[in-house]
Design a protein around this ligand. Structure first.
Ligand code: ADP
Ligand code: ZN
Length: 361
């Protein structure tokens, strides 16, 4: 089957075109932030950088980082990049690691976010003939609203289920012939197990694709879900600070997630020194949002550890791919000067046939 794209001219643009978009948008965004966000301007002044120093992506490294601590410091309105009258929505994180993050959106911000989610749905094979059940939570959490908007853009018949009430979830999937399921991978696995216990075989489940994210999941879990539900399961990644799900998404190749580089510039840094690392090296993912207005994060440290790859993808998309996050920089250990992540030790153990229960002593 020929690969389909939601925005082909963007998703398959040449690398030169992507770089040109990034350069132009970055320069504009830095100026906007300098003029509208005193909190970040102060950080730039402390580093001795002005908007004149930023002429393109090669100057990105000159800008100061933003971190979760800055978001707490500036809570709630201190990092807004657009006047309140232009903002139409907030979303917020669950706040499991401290104070909630409150992110703001203009209508244009919501639009670009939903475009990103629509790209993910089309990459998973979605069309306007599909019935898309969105079983991420709705409300402050970004999962439900993001995929809901993307599903509308694709023209799917959208079922705004939200999470919970498994019996009703299964009833709607079966009664309405839902073909696409969007939820967390753990909930997808649970739905699959429940349907299996009900005696349903994959052939009796109308679903054909799933878009699962918001938490880490393994390749084994993917295989399990694909088998019990009889679907192809795609990963989607994002964070509230950058809009929500859809910052990156998997294509038919299912080997890493294409980052929507027309909106987000990705860098990989050494989490200890802050130094930018070349593609292919593992480190902390840092994003610069170049089109967002209300919450324009520059060099935001995600704490997610991963690798970027610019190898040609068989799907035809040209945007850089990120591996799924392999852990958090907070979990990193430094052993004899070498950065080590528990997830790397886990992979070695699993490959050697040991169980995933271990203690690093
Ligand atoms: P909350 O804190 O409420 O979960 P966030 O939007 O802050 O909401 O969650 C974003 C984080 O969730 C990311 O930084 C990443 O660590 C994790 N995450 C999101 N999608 C994925 C994914 N597909 N795989 C692994 N981790 C993910
Ligand atoms: Zn691809």
């Amino acid at each position: 089957m020929a690969e389909r794209y939601y925005q082909p001219e963007i998703e398959t643009a040449s690398r030169e075109q992507i770089k040109a978009w990034q350069d132009e948008r970055l320069v504009k965004q830095v100026r906007r932030v300098w003029e509208n966000v005193p909190y970040y301007r102060k950080k730039m002044e402390e580093k001795g950088v002005t908007p004149d120093d930023i002429k393109g992506t090669e100057d990105l490294h000159k800008l100061p980082f933003l971190s979760k601590a800055d978001l707490r410091d500036a809570y709630p309105y201190g990092l807004m990049g657009a006047p309140l009258k232009d903002c139409v929505r907030i979303q917020s994180t669950s706040g499991t690691t401290g104070k909630r993050v409150v992110a703001f959106y203009t209508q244009a911000d919501i639009d670009l976010w939903e475009d990103c989610c629509a790209r993910a749905i089309v990459a998973a094979g979605g069309t306007n003939e599909d019935v898309c059940q969105v079983s991420y939570g709705y409300g402050l959490f970004t999962g439900g609203p993001g995929l809901n908007g993307g599903s509308h853009k694709v023209g799917c018949l959208t079922i705004p289920m939200s999470s919970g009430n498994t019996e009703r979830q299964i009833m709607f999937i079966r009664d309405l012939n839902a073909t696409i399921l969007c939820c967390t991978p753990s909930y997808a696995a649970y739905l699959g197990e429940t349907m299996k216990e009900m005696g349903l075989t994959p052939a009796q489940i109308p679903l054909k694709a799933g878009i699962f994210g918001a938490e880490a999941w393994s390749e084994e879990m993917r295989q399990d879900i694909q088998k019990t539900l009889g679907i192809k399961a795609y990963n989607i990644y994002g964070l509230t600070e950058l809009s929500g799900p859809g910052v990156s998404f998997e294509c038919s190749a299912q080997t890493g997630m294409h980052i929507n580089e027309d909106h987000f510039i990705a860098e990989i840094i050494d989490p200890v020194t802050g130094e930018v690392l070349p593609d292919g090296q593992q480190g902390e993912l840092v994003f610069t949002a170049i089109t967002k207005q209300a919450f324009p994060m520059l060099r935001y440290r995600t704490k997610d550890i991963c690798v970027l790859s610019r190898e040609k993808c068989p799907c035809g998309r040209t945007h850089v791919k990120m591996s799924k996050p392999r852990g958090r920089s907070d979990d990193m250990l430094i052993i004899r000067g070498v950065n080590v992540f528990p997830s790397q030790i886990e992979t070695v153990l699993l490959n050697m046939g040991y169980p995933a229960n271990y203690q690093i002593a």
